[in-house]
Design a protein around this ligand. Structure first.
Ligand SMILES: Cc1ncc(COP(=O)(O)O)c(C=O)c1O
Length: 472
């Protein structure tokens, strides 16, 4: 699919746009509406906070004033513990492209459940999913399944370093690759000049020396990125990037000439180029970013959709790389040449079976046109409402995921992203949640279960929230 058909980063900056002055008062209104409908979530949060840090299993799941605790989900909707119904635009963080609990996946998993859930041994389900991934993404000649996207990027980087026998990695400022040490550098914040970023540690607990192992690069700057890779080519074990930066930059596509330049310089120096497709795999289309952009990486990281709703990650790519540094040829580990990579639940038959069921559904061809069309309608609708009411809104979209930003006309890189008005975005999204639309200042994902009726519901909620914000 040509990327210019499905992609549109649309801008809508009306001449006289509203600058919200009393965000605090507005926040208090949405907060009160939310609290009035969610007393059971509030009570659960009270209990949870004593035993779970922040009451949640991951910081990203905490949304102020407290998380919505979910009772059950079906299709494009869920019920919270108070019995409120929501249109879900989070969809498991981009996992559920078919919707929650789709029949095809549920029935496949139900029969696998009775046949065993975890063996710590190889099983046919893993072979079948690997064959399907390699068939749909021909540049992935061999693949290893792991349990999360973070593990996928960690192991792909380890494989790249082992293959090229160099320690340093290059990553792009603002690209998110999960929660392990090397990739939480220059992800959430930025330091140094925009065209020559300094690596910045984004979390307490990451050793200072980690910074020395990372070259931070400017995203979507073809010339500077290529020049920096060229300059450090002798030190680099691999270069990793998000072909569409989802959670990192808020749905920002790599520009074609930028991707080409990075591919050219890495190929010339034989530095493995890794596409982190944890979000984009089977979201941009069956062939992933390589097909969408027409640029082929050496290694690809998988996750989310490919597990059919169950925990998964994966990394794979050129046979020469995977075979040399991952395949245990002799049965004995030669750990000076090859990477250590294992994992109790890696390749578990439930994730494998669910993943195969989802890919089989996607291959039928009906899902992509539907989800892309619904996403486009929501994008255009929100821009139209924002324009009409005089709000400076930017709605970025790639295929079927999108993100609403305020106060910027475009986002190309981390510096642009940091200049967006996050306070207003948070206000808008908390207003939506109080109206029964689950959204946060993260990418919003569309599934096959979203309908025209859901579009209308989302747009009505957006209109009401923006109208309320305007009147404040
Ligand atoms: C591009 C990208 N890579 C890696 C990850 C990490 O995946 P996980 O949360 O499964 O560890 C994410 C998570 O959202 C992601 O967006």
């Amino acid at each position: 699919m040509p990327h210019n058909v499905l992609t549109s980063q649309q801008i809508a900056i009306p001449k006289a746009c509203i600058i919200l002055k009393n965000k605090g008062a507005m926040n208090a209104i949405f907060d009160e509406q939310f609290r009035a409908r969610t007393p059971k979530s509030a009570a659960l949060f009270e209990r949870a906070g004593r035993v779970l840090p922040g009451g949640v299993a991951g910081n990203g799941k905490f949304l102020p004033p407290y998380p919505i605790y979910v009772r059950e989900a079906q299709g494009a909707e869920f019920l919270d513990v108070d019995g409120n119904r929501y249109v879900d635009l989070l969809m498991g963080g981009g996992v559920h492209i078919l919707g929650h609990s789709p029949e095809a996946v549920m029935s496949a998993v139900e029969s696998q459940l009775r046949g065993g859930v975890h063996f710590y041994m190889a099983a046919e389900a893993e072979v079948k999913l690997a064959e399907k991934v390699c068939q749909l993404m021909p540049h992935v000649e061999m693949v290893r399944f792991v349990n999360t996207g973070s593990e996928a990027t960690q192991m792909a980087l380890r494989a790249a370093r082992a293959y090229r026998k160099r320690d340093k990695i290059a990553k792009f400022e603002g690209n998110f690759h999960g929660q392990h040490e090397a990739v939480l550098i220059s992800t959430l914040g930025a330091e140094g000049p925009g065209d020559r970023p300094m690596p910045r540690i984004d979390s307490a607990g990451i050793p200072g020396a980690t910074r020395d192992g990372v070259l931070a690069l400017p995203y979507n700057d073809a010339e500077r990125a290529a020049a920096l890779i060229e300059q450090h080519a002798d030190e680099l074990g691999g270069v990793i990037l998000e072909p569409v930066s989802a959670f990192g930059l808020g749905v920002v596509e790599a520009q074609p000439e930028f991707l080409k330049a990075v591919r050219e310089v890495t190929a010339r120096h034989e530095i493995p180029l890794i596409f982190d497709e944890v979000v984009t795999n089977f979201r941009l289309g069956l062939g992933g970013a390589a097909e969408y952009f027409g640029v082929t990486p050496d290694l690809t990281c998988l996750g989310k959709i490919v597990g059919g709703g169950f925990a998964i990650g994966g990394y794979g790519g050129r046979r020469e790389i995977m075979d040399r540094v991952v395949t245990p040829h002799t049965g004995l580990w030669n750990l000076s040449e090859q990477i250590f990579q294992s994992g109790c639940f890696s390749g578990n038959p439930i994730s494998m079976t669910a993943g195969l069921a989802v890919l089989t559904e996607l291959e039928k061809g009906k899902v992509y046109p539907h989800v892309n069309r619904i996403a486009e309608k929501i994008q255009k609708g929100i821009i139209e409402i924002g324009n009409r009411l005089g709000f400076p809104i930017l709605v970025n979209r790639a295929a079927s995921f999108l993100q609403v930003h305020f106060g910027v006309t475009q986002i190309r890189n981390k510096r642009d992203h940091l200049s967006a008005d996050k306070e207003t975005a948070n206000l808008f999204h908390s207003g939506l949640r109080a109206k029964g639309v689950m959204a946060s200042y993260h990418p919003l994902f569309i599934s096959a279960a979203h309908t025209e009726a859901h579009v209308q519901e989302v747009l009505q909620a957006a209109e009401s929230v923006l109208g309320r914000m305007k009147s404040a």
